[in-house]
Design a protein around this ligand. Sequence first.
Ligand code: OSB
Ligand code: MG
Length: 375
Amino acid sequence: MRIESITLRELGMRLRFPFETSFGVTQMRRILLVEMIADGVTGWGEVTTAEAPFYNYETTDTAWHIISDFITPLLIGKEVRTATDIPSLVSKIRGHQMAKAGVENALWDIEAQQKNISLVELLGGTKNEIACGVSLGIRESPEALVNKVAEELGNGYQRIKLKIKPGKDVEFIAAVRKQFPKIQLSVDGNSAYDLSDIDHLQKFDEFELLMIEQPLQWDDIYSHGELQKCIKTALCLDECISHSRHAEAAIQFGACRIINIKLGRVGGYSEARRVHDISSNHSIPVWCGGMLESGVGRAHNIALSTLPNFTLPGDVSASARYWTQDIIDPEVEVTSRGTIRVPNRPGIGYDVDRNSVNRFTMRQRSWNAELTVGA
Ligand code: OSB
Ligand code: MG
């Protein structure tokens, strides 16, 4: 496959509702889409950076810079055998996994279409339906949170995840657990605690949570290992796992019993499959995290979730929970059983709606092999 052109677009998309985590409130998303053409076939990828460097160090602007000035020059006009060739071509760029993932994943879409198979089949996915949970932002009061949980359970979702932070945790979790004693319930601290909070975090054990996600520092596997020794509830790592060697280290050290895999955070499908396989070999279940994606990122998350070791419900939910209008056709819908039916059309399985993309586009830049010296 010869990479003939790459178009990078920044879309401005307003979430239907503000989303609050321990690191802040998000309502306006600035999303980068990668449109790639190879051998005349078009593929799409999404860069899952946030607007500010509060989840990890990447931002929409750093990704624009890294893709424009470093990734694109390494790829434009290049001949590649498969999408799995991309990581080695960009490996001299340290970090910036989300920027790399947006580009690599577009080529996976292309490769699947060229072979006339779904992305699921190309990846080795084994499911035609995936289990869905929801991630609920921090609310004003425990009552407001309980009402929101009731609404999402009514929509069929199989697992509820509560965002928490110091001062907005025990009381909120207790209220939800009291109202819903049997549901699959987990919490996500997004690195808002540290090891001096061990006594406090031990109190969570009484709520029989499915997991506590990333309570401690974003880059600290060691401290999570220390914490896991002191609590009964399973820890799940999100922010800490940027690649498969982190997964290996965290598992060996006992720093988690579950891993959240995000395509962007680990740098794309090639690395996501490695994290999946390592976890599987150690009997560590995984699930697919979300980054408030548009339909393009959502479609990729659905494909990833079909791999066999994705045995827990993910954070991949219906388009309508986020957007008044999504940019794919059809939009992602969730069944009353709390599942998404996996499309089996070639590639990502959804059409990208160019009218919507154009409507939301704030800036765009294209690179064409024929116009690039040396390509
Ligand atoms: O930690 O999983 C997270 C959203 C933005 C940044 C980090 C996280 C999240 C979510 C939302 O939990 C998942 C989603 O609904 O897309
Ligand atoms: Mg998380």
